[in-house]
Design a binder for this molecule. Structure first.
Ligand code: FES
Length: 186
């Protein structure tokens, strides 16, 4: 057993658990969060996905000891945020959305991509104009940070449900990013 201390959905928690117990089981058995798939017997369905320090990660593959001092966001909590409403708005505008089987997983992956793209922009936005031009090589990523097609391909490998194609995933990510910038959803 280990004494675990981590942040779940912005709340700091401490609990005693077996050190190899998977996060998906901890959420269900110790914290009574039962909105997620808990075990697909190694089929890598992707449905237990959470944001683990902002990275989309399968909860059934995170042993308890790795949670120490980390941050976890589950989909049910994410649904209460302006960032979720941004992604939801784009699903509606484009009339495309993930199927019910992977809706939570793919939506959290979009969030992770958008968060990382924002971090990339803010890290470089403190540079002076000369440095921006140098780093940027003529591309304006400061007002509109880049999301690349290959990023989309890579990030969605963790959610293998084929209900959406790469072009649709890419379009949603780009439109959601534009919407966040326009509405200043930070
Ligand atoms: S429950 Fe299917 S990948 Fe975790």
């Amino acid at each position: 057993m280990i004494k675990l201390s981590f942040t779940l959905n912005k709340n700091r928690l401490e609990l005693m658990v077996s050190e190899m117990k998977p996060l998906s089981q901890i959420l269900y058995e110790d914290l009574q969060i039962d909105t997620q798939e808990r075990n697909c017997n190694g089929k890598v369905c992707g449905n237990c996905l959470v944001l683990f320090d902002k990275e989309p990660t399968l909860g059934c593959l995170i042993p308890a000891f790795k949670l120490q001092n980390k941050t976890v966001t589950t989909f049910d909590s994410f649904m209460q945020t302006a960032h979720y409403r941004n992604i939801r708005r784009i699903y509606t505008q484009l009339n495309i959305e993930p199927c019910p089987n992977c809706y939570a997983a793919k939506t959290l992956i979009f969030e992770s991509i958008l968060l990382k793209s924002k971090t990339k922009a803010s890290q470089t936005s403190t540079l002076d104009d000369f440095s921006k031009n140098f780093v940027n090589k003529g591309k304006n990523i400061f007002d509109k940070p880049e999301i690349l097609a290959e990023t989309i391909e890579r990030e969605f490998l963790i959610s293998p449900c084929p209900c959406m194609n790469s072009q649709e995933l890419f379009e949603i990510a780009i439109k959601a990013q534009e919407d966040r910038i326009k509405r200043r959803v930070l």
